[in-house]
Design a binder for this molecule. Structure first.
Ligand SMILES: [Zn+2]
Length: 370
């Protein structure tokens, strides 16, 4: 099968290009496809997502996980991690056991624990009741239970034992991410030295940068080894901040994520995130408060196609934005040899976008899903 259009490859855009697909693989990419003005871009890779379409990963329910994966797949996300918010240890175990078979089946690309080893001061919408210092025994147990399904763990490097935990995760092939943290610049660099390779939603849930106290934001941006997650929804980050971070990190170190919750694609109203009440108004998710004042931002209602459009709107060129939506996140979690680019040999995951970057069709593993 041949799909023709303006093809976004790792080296640039092929106008009137094509992608040749055989079975579940890309077999050739080249010029002369005679295609029109539609974009052919790599399937999106979302390494930080909690749910969508009314389904949540946070409860550890495998049917809900399938529903969330299906929802995002129809919007172009062909690879995703299931992100779990801070929760009691037993729920982490249950969710890990429930999702490991979905990882083996290929519905999910892995599990991401966002917590519970996070900072109380920077908890955002993470339930403070569950936050604690890293436990090597818990992590060892969870990695064993997951049998390779656990791909990333977000933690706060200033917590007691965090650097040992980062070393242990890294030694086991799990990506350590720095986030929901009150760490100083120096503490963040120590985490990167220990092996941390991802900054969890840069700027959000971390000590804000000050010129005399640059904190995690500047530390993560400054290190060539780290990938910085960015939530491009116009709520979490000003477009100027998004454009600035994308240009400092560059498209090979900036990764678009959704941080989407179950309310994504659903009407405004009341939802739940890890046992905390969330109110969604005009698509903006915040923790519910007693007096109705705006609570902490509680994830997003973003999808990866909308994140791509927002990045382009903020000034990122289309090809660079596609790297940030696919290639870079895939590589950040160790999947760059399998997915994330339109390159022969990789899985045939692609999205056809119209000239306004709206999703027209989605292909996963060589099959059209829309
Ligand atoms: Zn999150």
């Amino acid at each position: 099968m041949r799909v023709a259009g303006r093809v976004v490859t790792p080296t640039g855009v092929l106008d009137s290009g094509y992608v040749e697909v055989d079975g579940d693989r890309i077999t050739a990419v080249g010029r002369g496809g005679g295609g029109g003005s539609q974009w052919i871009v790599p399937g999106f890779v979302d390494i930080h997502v909690h749910g969508g379409g009314g389904h949540s990963f946070t409860t550890g329910d495998p049917d809900a996980a399938r529903g969330a994966a299906e929802f995002h797949l129809r919007r172009g996300t062909t690879t995703m991690l299931a992100s779990l918010v801070s929760s009691p240890y037993e729920l982490m175990r249950e969710a890990t056991a429930a999702f490991a078979p979905l990882v083996a089946e290929g519905v999910l690309a892995g599990i991401h624990y966002e917590g519970p080893y996070l900072s109380e001061t920077r908890c955002g919408a993470q339930n403070p009741a569950y936050l604690r210092d890293p436990s090597m025994a818990e992590l060892a147990d969870l990695l064993e239970l997951g049998g390779g399904a656990v791909r990333m763990v977000t933690l706060a490097p200033e917590r007691a034992g965090a650097l040992d935990a980062i070393r242990m995760l890294t030694a086991n092939g799990v990506v350590a991410a720095v986030g929901h943290t009150d760490a100083t610049y120096e503490q963040t660099l120590a985490a990167v030295d220990a092996g941390a390779r991802v900054g969890t939603h840069l700027f959000n849930g971390m000590r804000p940068p000050h010129h005399r106290d640059p904190g995690p934001v500047l530390a993560l941006l400054s290190q060539a080894a780290t990938t910085c997650e960015l939530i491009a929804d116009g709520v979490h980050l000003h477009d100027g901040t998004l454009a600035f971070a994308a240009s400092v990190a560059g498209p090979d170190r900036a990764a678009l994520i959704t941080d989407a919750i179950d309310a994504t694609g659903m009407p405004d109203g009341n939802y739940d995130l890890g046992g905390q009440a969330v109110v969604v108004r005009d698509g903006e998710a915040r923790l519910a408060t007693r007096d109705g004042s705006p609570g902490s931002i509680a994830g997003s209602t973003l999808t990866m196609d909308a994140a791509l459009r927002r990045a382009v709107h903020a000034g990122v060129p289309v090809a660079a934005a596609c790297r940030m939506a696919s290639t870079t996140p895939a590589r950040a979690v160790g999947l760059g040899d399998a997915v994330g680019a339109l390159v022969p040999g990789l899985r045939a995951d692609l999205v056809v976008l119209d000239t306004d970057l709206q999703v027209v069709q989605v292909m996963r593993a060589g099959s059209w899903v829309t």
